[in-house]
Design a protein around this ligand. Sequence first.
Ligand code: NAP
Length: 264
Amino acid sequence: MEIKDFVKKRKEELKEEISKINKTISFLIIQVNDDEASNAYVKGKIKDASEVGINAILKRYPTSITEEELLKEIDKTNNDQNIYGIIVQMPLPKHIDEKKVSLAISIKKDIDGFHPMSLFTPCTPKGIISYLDEENFNYDSKNALVIGRSHIVGRPIAELLLNRNCNVTITHSHTKSDDLRRYVKNADLIVVAIGKTYFLDKTYEYKNDAYIIDVGINRTGDGLKGDCKPSLPVKLQTPVPKGVGLLTRLSLIENILEAYKYGI
Ligand code: NAP
């Protein structure tokens, strides 16, 4: 099933489930920037929420806000009985420590799943697994290659795949080119999350029944592009746009509902 159809189906199921809950499920988005990409992400989150019956509250602050003021706002929301989740839209201004802010969010409200003790799975890895499940990907003993080792995508997806009994290889910017080509050739599943337009292309050899999950979002003069050139000779390759980004958004909605179920 195409990702957009899968997401549509899941959103209808979520809407149905949420309509039976006799309480408004609200979450807070804190934005302290005005960059184009963040505005688009925030808009998307509000739209997704309203489509399934969740109430998104957006609070925008000037970039002059101090770290202390922001932490105070988070603390207040951590204790607010009517708000089930908190998102701080990154990036934050340079004078604010992003890590400190992420760690200030209650682990019961950290619906992005960025806190190391968070009760939630980070949205992008969670969305990738839901889609692979939907596609009946058989994880057991498969060779999974994760390209990129970020804390929000590469590392958590590697762990989720390992938990499903894949043989997981993680590569990064220090991986030698010949080694990467060997790993790619041998992979049943490749998750690419590096942010380099068309990094994987037809110069690599692939298994013809491989699955490629393209996480990359690269803004080019010619629109959004993935980390993989389209139409590689494999069984399944996720598109960019309308690919993993939609799965990430879906997972956020699922995490908000999960937060409601945990209770405050
Ligand atoms: P990130 O923090 O931007 O880090 C990039 C990672 O790629 C690092 O681990 C880096 O290795 C690795 N890398 C860079 N050049 C490489 C190369 N030539 N070969 C192998 N690895 C290389 O990672 P991120 O936050 O996960 O973002 C990655 C991409 O995914 C970006 O385009 C981002 O916009 C996109 N993204 C999309 C979604 C979505 O929902 N679709 C969600 C999150 C991120 P080192 O560690 O060695 O530096």
